[in-house]
Design a protein around this ligand. Structure first.
Ligand code: URA
Length: 211
């Protein structure tokens, strides 16, 4: 397997992921766990955000204090609909991030990806982009979303998921070897329906209680 992937292994993330995987975990609990995991993953994914120094006054003394320095705020793009679960966590940590959405489904007959929703900030060329989707299964929607988002020419792109299957990672890296993937875990593989095994089931259904 490929190089451009970081597995963010941390006891808190692994523990929360195990709770998410359990079939008996409720919708409310699943949702809050996804928010918490996303905040922990975001900590690592944003490690290289630039800092500048600003003179501030504490109650005790003046100091040069580090402040986040991107000229333009990060844009987080959620792949609908399960990406919303990660987005919520990231926005708690980086409330000033800009947000984009992309909706893609695969036509069941032609298998061609069809875009049904697309909205991103207009000045995206100056922004670093973080694309989020909790499950990288076949990798088809991730490949199509990144392909479409590259057309907007952001400054940089990273892809964040919670679980990835080896098939999806290989497919993604065949098409977008330049885009780093961040994940909490890589699972065994896919079943005949494209679900990740052991996985956690359908992330969108579990997040929104639509099963
Ligand atoms: N999408 C999901 O939500 N779960 C999977 O296992 C695969 C794709």
């Amino acid at each position: 397997m490929a190089e451009n992937i970081t597995i963010i292994e941390h006891p808190l993330i692994q523990h929360k992921l195990s709770l998410m995987r359990k079939a008996e975990t409720s919708t409310a609990k699943f949702r809050s766990l996804m928010t918490e995991i996303s905040m922990l993953l975001a900590y690592e994914v944003t490690r290289d955000l630039p800092l500048r120094y600003e003179t501030i006054q504490t109650p005790m003394a003046e100091m040069e204090a580090p402040i986040l320095a991107p000229d333009k705020k990060l844009v987080v793009v959620s792949i609908m609909r399960a990406g919303q679960g990660i987005l919520d966590g990231i926005l708690q940590l980086i409330p000033s991030a800009r947000v984009g959405h992309i909706g893609i489904y695969r036509d069941p007959n032609s298998l061609v990806p069809i875009e049904y929703y697309f909205k991103v900030p207009h000045d995206i060329e100056d922004r670093d982009m973080l694309i989020v989707d909790p499950m990288m299964a076949t990798g088809n929607s991730a490949v199509a979303a990144v392909h479409r988002l590259k057309q907007t020419n952001p400054k940089s792109i990273k892809f964040l998921c919670i679980l990835a299957a080896p098939e999806g990672i290989n497919h993604f890296q065949d098409h977008h070897p330049d885009v780093p993937i961040y994940a909490a875990a890589i699972d065994q593989g896919l079943d005949a329906y494209g679900y990740i095994i052991p996985g956690l089931g359908d992330a969108g259904d579990r997040l929104f209680g639509t099963k």
